[in-house]
Design a protein around this ligand. Sequence first.
Ligand SMILES: NC(=O)CC[C@H](N)C(=O)O
Length: 357
Amino acid sequence: MKVRLILEDGTVFYGMSFGADREVSGEIVFNTSMTGYQEILTDPSYKGEIVTMTYPLIGNYGVNQGDVESYASHVNGFIVKEFCTEPSNWRKESTIKEYLKENDIVGITGIDTRALTKLLRTEGTMKGIITSEDLPESELIQKAKDAPGLSGRDLVSEVTTKEIYTKGKGKQYKVVLIDCGAKKNIVRSLVGRDCEVTVVPATTKAEEILSYNPDGIMLSNGPGDPQDARYVVETVKELLGKKPIFGICLGHQILGLACGADTYKLKFGHRGANHPVKDLATNRVYITSQNHGFAIKEDSVEDLDIVVTHINVNDGTVEGIKHKELPAFSVQYHPEASPGPEDSHYLFDRFIDMMNN
Ligand SMILES: NC(=O)CC[C@H](N)C(=O)O
């Protein structure tokens, strides 16, 4: 079926639907990873976003149950230049097209994703709408403008776990993971390092978290504007100094806010698997997996009890912080990778070391 992608600035792209046939809107973002499309579709941090892949051929190794990163798919829509109809891989269970249909994800193909990405890079991320409706363009542009953005809404509550559950029962270190939209590989990375991980809803109060008597607390990734997750920020303020804390992505922004820093929205964010990040202590550069549209303001960290530990080599933005005295640190990127390079796995080891002290 023919569909249109209409951006709030009036740009129109024509494509074909290859997933669910529904009208969707959301913030359009681009991801530069060449592989990992299934992990991207199921990363809860993409809630509210329509993802365009810059790599021109998506789906060439198929999809399988092992590569999902959460209990469902979360993207509002998925845009590709071309999708593969005959994937070849020993792990393949079905095709990207079947997957999108089965999981009710709107997908469009035949889009000039290079032109779309260049536009978003120049103008910044924009809201857009994917539709097959035969309405006048002006009405559809208005619909795109009226679509909810990422700020001013509590997206975390839409993806956080409803039930408390534990993985790696009986393992040595007890970790409570505050689930703001956690990816499975964070849990796997901890369980693989001898941690028993109790995953709790984002609304869980500090007192209840401490009642588990954990050795450490992990703050997960998650969707939306960190300023809208104030209730988690308040919880983290109470937990600071009581137990070692490690934050990833939204968890990093939340730790920053809890320590008094400020956050802002980046022009078009960082989403991909090859973002260079410099560790300021060693001057070593790591290639990292990223997916974020907000960041900690560098100048807001001055005069606080935290320091910037990592920066992005491309644009100099803050990629990591640590508390000057208390056992708490965080990174804006994804040490759990999935998809992406595994260079930063050592950060989980650093968290274990903190729990040993
Ligand atoms: N992956 C994440 O945790 C993303 C954090 C936040 N939603 C952002 O876009 O910046």
